[in-house]
Design a protein around this ligand. Structure first.
Ligand code: NDP
Ligand code: 8X3
Length: 250
């Protein structure tokens, strides 16, 4: 029988590539996001709703999340993996320029939405002795100007992952925090309010990670033997490394 993965944020970027990768390995997937037309296109491409089941909801909305999960047909209701991928960054500016509503949107999505769906499905994952893969970020490990709340939400995701490991240690549920560096996706368009110029400037000549690279990493984690847990995994393009500390001189 095929294993099943629930992949949040599968309408673009990493989630889309992760869903494709799992299906290519014989898994079934539950794919989520707010854009119904993209979910429909993905489902059709992956072989129809017997292989890929779509759930369209906003992960910030607890009731919508519950309703969506309750609507799963019996043959998708007992899944083996949760890939908590849906998330976003908004803004690149320093704190004085930041919009408080954007900060709240990042917290509501990256933190509250992620913990909500995890709590709602944990009994299923315990029953299946399943796997949770959380998409944190290199921004959880390294601070940089303008990462302020985004990086802090991802540090939460990383620590939540480790704490889940502690709680689930005796239950056979594996938990992994994936921490990618620069990766080319709509992420940067979302972060910059749709600026193609910012997108081109960031990725140009940088040979960034591609969503397929992260899909490969997530699938590798899932494919390891049931007694092996990858706790956290930071992944960067070869072209990305660290700068010296910033020293402000008067
Ligand atoms: P994309 O913008 O390409 O995809 C984001 C996905 O999240 C979309 O499918 C979007 O679906 C979904 N999403 C966003 N907000 C919501 C919401 N409120 N409700 C439901 N779904 C939502 O970004 P990436 O694929 O690059 O990023 C995926 C994850 O990886 C994010 O958590 C991001 O923070 C993280 N990450 C990204 C990196 C990068 O450089 N790209 C590096 C490190 C981590 P829809 O809009 O249809 O709702
Ligand atoms: C996204 C990676 O380096 O833009 O999480 O913060 S970075």
């Amino acid at each position: 029988m095929s294993k099943i993965a629930l992949v949040t944020g599968a309408t673009a970027g990493f989630g889309n590539a992760i869903a494709r990768r799992f299906v290519s390995e014989g898994w079934k997937v539950i794919v989520t996001g707010r854009r119904q037309e993209r979910l429909d296109a993905l489902v059709a491409e992956l072989g129809g709703p017997e292989i890929a089941y779509p759930l369209c909801f906003d992960i910030r909305d607890e009731e919508a999340t519950k309703t969506a999960l309750a609507s799963l047909p019996d043959d998708f209701a007992k899944f083996d993996a949760l890939v908590n991928n849906a998330g976003l960054a908004l803004g690149t500016g320093s704190i004085e320029a930041c919009d408080l509503e954007e900060w709240k949107t990042m917290i509501d999505t990256n933190v509250t939405g992620l913990v909500t769906i995890t709590r709602l499905v944990i009994d299923t994952l315990i029953e299946r002795r399943g796997l949770i893969v959380n998409l944190a970020s290199a921004a959880a490990n390294w601070s940089y100007p303008g990462a302020n709340v985004y990086g802090a939400t991802k540090a939460f995701v990383q620590q939540f992952s480790l704490n889940l490991r502690s709680d689930l240690n005796a239950k056979g549920v594996r938990v992994t925090s994936i921490e990618p560096g620069m990766a080319e996706s709509e992420f940067t368009l979302v972060r910059t309010g749709g600026s193609k110029e910012a997108y081109d400037k960031l990725y140009s000549g940088a040979n960034p990670l591609q969503p397929e690279d992260i899909a490969e990493t997530v699938y590798w984690v899932a494919s390891l033997p049931a007694h092996v847990n990858i706790n956290s995994l930071e992944v960067m393009p070869v072209t990305q490394a660290w700068a010296p500390f910033a020293i402000h001189r008067t």
